[in-house]
Design a protein around this ligand. Structure first.
Ligand SMILES: Cc1cc2nc3c(=O)[nH]c(=O)nc-3n(C[C@H](O)[C@H](O)[C@H](O)COP(=O)(O)OP(=O)(O)OC[C@H]3O[C@@H](n4cnc5c(N)ncnc54)[C@H](O)[C@@H]3O)c2cc1C
Length: 390
């Protein structure tokens, strides 16, 4: 890892090594821009490595975000080969619990000609047959998206950042907090908490939930909120295989792709129980590459940064709902954690450029793994600067 011999001047400096920062650095480097990636920890530790690792165009509405998701699938596929990190084509199965939900999903397939995001309707029997542990009494059918992907985010970002840092065009500065970024004589100057200074033509600030260290005044006036999610890991003593990632029917009333489809069909599926709504619970059950079950999640929104305490009430509501969906599972929790992201409430992304060269990017919400690489490629392709200034 190139943790020595940093230059003072770069073409591009990226602050934050989560999915947004790492991919902005990667594409800057691919364009031949001499790049510096600065990360507060040795490797990123926030939302980008605490998530399910789902890359799911199926949850994106057709249009710009779906296109970014599909572009991201291609980018991850290329990188997984290059880095020798597994990328699993697990697919996603969205479950129906009522006949109305099953009819809705069936109709979605019939009316959709989305060859970029193919889907198949499964009857109740077919759905139950595809998985080790679905409860036949819960399932009325499902919609299966075979092309959705999954990776282990922690494994991926360690390999990715190590690889980026070993290339000649990107330096990686870990364990370092950038404390200021400001225009300086036609460039931007970045200072770190260790007292180092760097300059670049362009600076990308991809600081995730840290809206306090850099430009707090800019963020405060924007439509940004925090969202805290709770996650669980369950043991799998009988080594069962889920086969695919499973989403509860709550997803049908939550994700834009399904809300748009309801609108087009002129229907409105009933909202989940008030307590589930209040806690923002949408059940996902996935499996990591060790075959452990990953179960989540909840969504607690706030205007101020949330703490990292875990709520027993949230955990028991998640498990109670999952027990309706699944049978034959041992619901023993072997790990629990939370993750926090920021969400821009109207556009689904906060992007602002200061002084033509400092780009603030955050607020991507719950779709950062799915769309971040595609977004980063777009942003970097729009950069114009002389390729080599050092
Ligand atoms: C529990 C959970 C499950 C999720 N599941 C999925 C999923 O399955 N699929 C999906 O598409 N999305 C999912 N998401 C959303 C996704 O994880 C986020 O959208 C994404 O990780 C946000 O990435 P980011 O780069 O903006 O932020 P972060 O991951 O928070 O990265 C920001 C980085 O910046 C660093 N940093 C901040 N300030 C500084 C500074 N001043 N100097 C140096 N470094 C700094 C931090 O240390 C951090 O590493 C999930 C999120 C959570 C919390």
């Amino acid at each position: 890892m190139s943790t020595q011999n940093y230059q003072r001047e770069y073409d591009v400096i990226v602050i934050g090594g989560g999915v947004l920062g790492a991919f902005h650095a990667y594409f800057a480097m691919c364009q031949g821009f001499k790049t510096l990636l600065i990360e507060r920890n040795v490797f990123p530790q926030q939302a980008s490595v605490r998530n399910f690792g789902l890359i799911i165009p199926s949850a994106m509405p057709a249009g710009r975000w779906r296109d970014r998701a599909i572009a991201s699938c291609e980018i991850y596929s290329e990188l997984s080969e290059l880095l020798d990190v597994p990328l699993r084509r697990t697919g996603t199965q969205y479950l129906a619990h009522t006949e109305a939900e099953a009819d809705f999903l069936k109709q979605m397939v019939l009316s959709s000609e989305d060859s970029l995001c193919p889907a198949e309707f499964y009857t109740a029997e077919e759905t139950v047959r595809t998985s080790c542990c679905l409860n036949p009494e819960f399932c009325q059918g499902s919609l299966f998206f075979p092309d959705d992907l999954q990776l282990d985010p922690d494994q991926f970002f360690r390999a990715f950042i190590n690889w980026i840092a070993c290339t000649s065009d990107c330096d990686y500065l870990p364990n370092t907090t950038a404390i200021s970024a400001e225009p300086q004589g036609g460039l931007s100057r970045v200072r770190t908490s260790a007292g180092r200074e760097f300059e670049a033509n362009h600076v990308f600030v991809c600081s995730g939930v840290d809206l306090q260290t850099l430009f707090p005044d800019v963020y405060v006036t924007r439509n940004l909120q925090y969202c805290k999610l709770q996650m669980l890991k369950l043991s799998n003593p009988e080594n069962r295989t889920l086969g695919t990632s499973l989403a509860s029917p709550i997803a049908l009333t939550r994700y834009p792709a399904f809300l748009n489809a309801q609108f087009l069909q002129g229907i409105s599926l009933p909202a989940p129980d008030p307590i589930l709504q209040e806690l923002g619970i949408q059940i996902w059950m996935t499996q990591n590459q060790n075959n452990e079950f990953i179960l989540g999640d909840s969504h607690a929104y706030s205007a101020d940064p949330p703490n990292e305490f875990l709520s027993a009430e949230v955990e028991s509501q998640i498990i109670d709902y999952a027990k309706k969906m699944f049978v034959k599972l041992d619901f023993q929790v072997i790990d629990r954690w939370c993750g926090i992201y920021t969400e821009e409430q109207s556009a689904g992304l906060f992007q602002q450029t200061l002084d033509d060269r400092i780009h603030l990017i955050t607020g991507i919400g719950g779709k950062g793994m799915t769309t971040g690489p595609g977004l980063a490629r777009e942003n970097i392709s729009q950069l114009s600067l002389s390729k080599s200034r050092v």
